[in-house]
Design a protein around this ligand. Sequence first.
Ligand code: DI6
Ligand code: FE
Length: 409
Amino acid sequence: MVGANEKSGLRLWRNARLATMADGAAGFGVVEKGAIAARDGLIVYAGAEADMPASVGQRAETVDCEGRWITPGLIDCHTHLVHAGNRANEFEMRLAGATYEEVARAGGGIVSSVKSLRAASEDELVAQTLPRLDALMAEGVTTVEIKSGYGLDLDNEKKSLRAARRLGNERPVTVRTTCLAAHALPPEAKGDKDAFIDLVAKTILPGVAAGGLADAVDGFCEGIAFSPEQMSRVFDEARALGLPVKLHADQLSNLHGAELAARYGALSADHLEYTDEAGAMALAKAGTVATILPGAYYFIRETKKPPIGLFRQHGVRMAVATDNNPGTSPLTSLLLTMNMAATLFGMTVVECLAGVTREAARALGLQAETGTLEAGKSADLAIWDIERPAELVYRMGFNPLHARIWRGQ
Ligand code: DI6
Ligand code: FE
């Protein structure tokens, strides 16, 4: 560092190649010989070093990036990061030939994660989740969304969301929380889905909202979970509470979850393996982001791919996320997730990188705050030891991160 000037509060990263990911720019929005200046955690300049106001260079504490690439800090916009224990035992059972039903009868499935989470204290949840959060951050993640959904009663959903919020205080990272109380039926509901949806809408969501614990509301719309009609009741309550919605939609079958999400102006509809053209058109019209989750597709050996071609054709924005969860996607690498989105689904490198930056921000309603390298946005940066952006998607199990900057630090 040279020319440090404590008083100006300006920080400058110079001699860098920028992938700004700015909306409307061609490709990555590349700036060769670029520089980024930040003050008070916000980007005040991002562009060609030659065009930078001279005063910035003279007064800033300066980092020479030696030609490295800078991208926006990565954003994992769909995770179930807060959970207790793991389900490696079920994985072994399935490898030995057990069916999902047999696993469930042996006490497995989401319900086993519910039992573990209810037994864990808030401190234990934080302690168990930190290594997963650290793994994401080690690859340049500066914003992460964390869902509840293993508590399934008011106290345990609140405990999960409080743990998620605390993680954002324990580490230099932005945490957005989502209440996914309509995830599965807890054992005490004794098979009565409608009664449980009443509990979610009348007790859990208002309680969570009163504590200011959730930034959004999500649900699992599927034959093995909740119907579109049941999800509508949850979304009506979310709307009454002023909370934006998201939806696990069309993952295992086409219940027209994409249309449902679009009808409620959802921030995102996620998974979407079974979505059809009407669903894609509805998402495009509503401006709802399609969040692509290749980790779950891979781990459960799904064969139906999300209709990326239809999303492109109709101009649906696509985000890419880990879906980190103990049952269907024990994945804590957003870099590997991009490789899967490209290799399994044919997404381009530009789509993958936009999917973990600009479009992931949009899927969280944070597009004005982060996700691109532009003046006015948070100075959330990832600095990489790479020769071209494609290396971030191409490699498997290699981390070329040089430095991670969150809010200018
Ligand atoms: N879809 C999934 O794939 C996960 N949740 C969801 O809504 C499964 C979560 C788990 O098995 O623990
Ligand atoms: Fe999920």
